[in-house]
Design a protein around this ligand. Structure first.
Ligand code: ZN
Length: 164
């Protein structure tokens, strides 16, 4: 859960919390503006709903899916975090969305929840090295994670990871 006044030691933790919250609710988070102090340090950061703004195509989403391609609705849902001394504080959070939220069981398909992490990559590469097919490899990961919703990546991600 992410809420106003939440304090974290690390900026990454605030993002993780918000991202996790977003996954449960059914939207995807994009990192947005960064405000810098005169000394170059970060004063605050803004994370927004993926439907923020009115641009039709989102260049951040390379592995496009239907969800990523949907046009934006200028949604105002967002979270702003402020850096104070050594801590990061959630200074503003807007919960309301002006669009239908994704079914939580499908939220893992949204962009910010579909990053192929190093741990995935290592697994994918070792599976591929055994000589099994892409489908077999992906199914093995699904089986190990006990379900598609727990794998964190899609079959397309799996394939793309090996193409790089
Ligand atoms: Zn939204």
């Amino acid at each position: 859960m992410a809420y106003e006044g939440m304090v974290c030691d690390y900026e990454e933790d605030t993002f993780k919390n918000y991202n996790e919250f977003a996954r449960k609710v059914g939207f995807s988070v994009h990192k947005d503006k960064i405000y810098i102090r005169a000394d170059g340090s970060i004063r605050s950061k803004m994370f927004v709903c993926f439907k923020q703004g009115l641009q039709k195509e989102d260049k951040l989403c390379k592995n496009t899916t239907k969800v990523c391609n949907e046009s934006r609705t200028d949604c105002k849902a967002r979270m702003i975090i402020k850096n104070e001394e050594d801590e990061w504080i959630v200074s503003e959070i807007v919960y309301e969305h002006n669009h239908v939220l994704a079914n939580p069981s499908k939220a893992y398909m949204l962009c910010s929840h579909r990053k192929v992490k190093d741990e995935h990559l290592a697994k994918i590469e070792s599976l591929n090295a055994t000589g099994i097919t892409l489908v077999e490899g992906f199914n093995y990961m699904v089986h190990q994670a006990e379900g598609h919703q727990n794998v964190g990546i899609t079959y397309v991600d799996y394939k793309n990871a090996l193409r790089k």
